[in-house]
Design a protein around this ligand. Structure first.
Ligand code: C5P
Length: 221
């Protein structure tokens, strides 16, 4: 693999969960560890890219030479993703963005009441990768699809609906891969190819993905 395959290119990578506050002490979030996005950032650095890593709250150190922008909410992630987007060549959306956020954030801690049922009102978050892919100066855009069934057909649908150039699909119903795990097995889906990558470490997978991404990016130019 050519170590300089991405040299001179600007890559933005989103990683980790977002956190959507309810009040000053509570939030809605998910179990994303950020491992896949951080591994991709390292592999992209090794391939010579300039990398901006837009990261939700995770327990991982910033990889060497990566510009990490730490954010909390989906709206912050969108804003950080858009900064410098017109100079971005490749956008990789690896974050597990919360689909919804509370319609309002209580100024003070919400108190426990007498009622047994409490209702939360949620509003849809912006779709970050779809927003990026809808731009006229759209970078080469890659998304992830974690599915528990009909993995390839859902991935294909997402590719088209979000106007992506590639989607990395994984079956999260299989034990030992995907969310929070150190290993993953995926299928790369583009408009005209499917490439299976069998189970391997996220770091090894990241190198293989960056290799495929740089090839497809070049043929798209
Ligand atoms: O639609 P779904 O959430 O399954 O799509 C997953 C892909 O879309 C991932 O690449 C994820 O990072 C991205 N996404 C996003 N903004 C959202 C929701 C998902 O960028 N609000």
């Amino acid at each position: 693999f050519d170590n300089g395959a991405l040299s001179g290119l600007n890559i933005h990578i989103t990683a980790g969960p977002t956190r959507e506050p309810l009040d000053p002490v509570r939030y809605i979030s998910n179990h994303s560890s950020g491992k896949m996005g951080y591994a991709l950032a390292e592999a992209a650095i090794d391939a010579g890219a300039n990398v901006k890593l837009i990261s939700g709250p995770v327990n991982l150190p910033a990889p060497a030479h990566v510009e990490r922008v730490s954010i909390t909410t989906a709206e912050d992630m969108l804003e950080a993703s858009l900064e410098g987007i017109s100079n971005c060549n490749i956008f990789i959306a690896c974050a597990a963005v919360a689909d919804y956020r509370p319609t309002s954030i209580a100024e003070h801690k919400i108190k426990k009441g007498n009622e047994e049922i409490m209702e939360l009102h949620l509003v849809k978050n912006p779709d970050i990768v779809a927003t990026i892919a809808a731009r006229v100066d759209k970078p080469f855009t890659i998304g992830f699809a974690a599915e528990t069934r009909d993995v390839l057909s859902y991935a294909q649908g997402k590719l088209e609906r979000k106007n992506l150039d590639m989607i990395i699909a994984n079956d999260v119903s299989q034990a030992g891969i995907g969310f929070n795990s150190d290993e993953n097995a995926v299928t790369l889906v583009t408009r005209d190819t499917h490439i299976e990558i069998p189970q391997t470490s996220k770091r090894q997978l990241a190198t293989l993905l960056i290799e495929q991404i740089s090839q497809l990016y070049k043929t798209s130019k």
